[in-house]
Design a protein around this ligand. Structure first.
Ligand SMILES: Cc1cc2nc3c(=O)[nH]c(=O)nc-3n(C[C@H](O)[C@H](O)[C@H](O)COP(=O)(O)OP(=O)(O)OC[C@H]3O[C@@H](n4cnc5c(N)ncnc54)[C@H](O)[C@@H]3O)c2cc1C
Length: 354
């Protein structure tokens, strides 16, 4: 059975790793030459993680797993063919694992800000930190990425770090207890927290707020929100809020699956979070179902682990503090223990592909 995997990030690469060796013949469509681990970008930004620790080359991985790597962008689907920039890839089944893009919500002046959603952008931000030594850094958005970046920068730089959040507390998608614990840890590190503060424009040297006030800054980092890529938007598949809507088998249509950030996964009233943890589990599940299909067996339903109403996460807040969240339970540890565990999990993920 010929399987085309579109996107070789956390979900796409893990799916191939789990399903090989086996009865499936994979073609991976991925424009990059390497697998990249977004969860380690805040550490790279803070100068803590090295480039080799967050990437793994695709060539040896594809050779080992017998995968054909088409190093191009997928443009669209035409029947059972993926149309790429130069090639056409026919498939029996396809898996879309193209992730998500940064969402700027139409804010003016985004060209004056940095993002850490891709490795290229994170490298640019790191170079700016090294070359320009900014004294006032504004991080806009206080989701996982924002709070992790703020704490690591507060710890590693002699700079004033601000975190700006439009809603009334940091980590607004987590429980109030988690937010309180994280706010305490951020304040202890000297991070200035501005909640209920709406950014309306990013200028070269300041941030303008909706109430007409502004704050000077040397560096602005946007981390607030993601959206579906143009590739996903243009696909003629069922959608929810622009994401690919899948059923309980993570299938958008008979032979087309979607996993990771690109997918909208809602099963039994629970909505899966867009996290590496979930993407990895989707990948394993679809890998097993594809093998079942190839062997003429019935597919099994997916069970969500981390959902918006039952968050599961390890949040590192610098190298000496972290918070573990499982549903309503949240454990703050002012020690290296949870931090080391998270760092080890993230680095081990990438090592699997080497
Ligand atoms: C800074 C940051 C920190 C994070 N920290 C954590 C964390 O601590 N814990 C956690 O669980 N999650 C974390 N996440 C979220 C996690 O990284 C994502 O949920 C996960 O990577 C999603 O996996 P994916 O396979 O869907 O997408 P990705 O891993 O983003 O991979 C998508 C791949 O698709 C490729 N692609 C895109 N478009 C096309 C196309 N048209 N054709 C072919 N290929 C294409 C891209 O090049 C990329 O390689 C973090 C995210 C960020 C940005």
């Amino acid at each position: 059975m010929k399987v085309a995997v579109i996107g070789g990030g956390v979900g796409g690469a893990e799916l191939i790793r789990v399903a090989t060796p086996g009865p499936l013949k994979f073609t991976l469509i991925e424009p990059k030459r390497q697998i990249e681990m977004q969860a380690l970008y805040p550490e790279y930004l803070g100068g803590v993680a090295r480039l080799q620790e967050l990437t793994a080359p695709l060539k040896p991985f594809c050779e080992r797993t017998g995968t054909v790597h088409v190093q191009e962008k997928a443009l669209r689907l035409e029947g059972n063919t993926v149309v790429c920039e130069k090639s056409r890839v026919p498939f029996d089944c396809a898996v879309i694992a193209t992730g998500a893009e940064q969402n700027y919500f139409g804010i003016k002046g985004v060209e004056n800000s940095f993002s850490i959603n891709t490795l290229e952008e994170t490298k640019k931000a790191r170079r700016f930190v090294e070359d320009m030594n900014p004294e006032r850094i504004m991080i806009m958005g206080s989701g996982l990425t924002g709070v992790e970046a703020a704490s690591i920068l507060a710890e590693s730089l002699d700079a004033s770090i601000y975190i700006i959040e439009a809603r009334e507390r940091v980590l607004p998608l987590f429980s109030p207890q988690t937010s309180a614990l994280v706010e305490k840890a951020l304040s202890k590190k000297g991070v200035n927290i501005l909640t209920s503060t709406m950014v309306c424009e990013i200028k070269k040297d300041c941030i303008m707020f909706a109430d007409g006030t502004c704050l000077d800054c040397d560096m602005a980092i946007w981390t607030a929100g993601v959206k579906p890529s143009k590739f996903v938007q243009d696909l003629d598949l069922p959608k929810k809020n622009g994401w690919i809507l899948v059923d309980e088998f993570l299938r958008a249509r008979d032979n087309i699956f979607a996993i990771g950030d690109a997918a909208w996964i809602e099963i039994d009233g629970r909505l899966a979070t867009k996290t590496g943890l979930e993407a990895e589990r989707h990948a394993k599940h679809v890998a097993e179902n594809l093998v079942r299909l190839a062997e003429g067996r019935a597919m099994e339903k997916y069970a969500i682990r981390a959902s918006t109403d039952n968050q599961v996460a390890l949040i590192s807040l610098g190298s000496d503090c972290a918070v573990g969240v499982v549903g309503k339970m949240c454990i703050g540890a002012p020690t290296r223990l949870i931090y080391s565990l998270k760092s080890w999990i993230d680095k081990s993920f990438i090592k699997r592909f080497k």
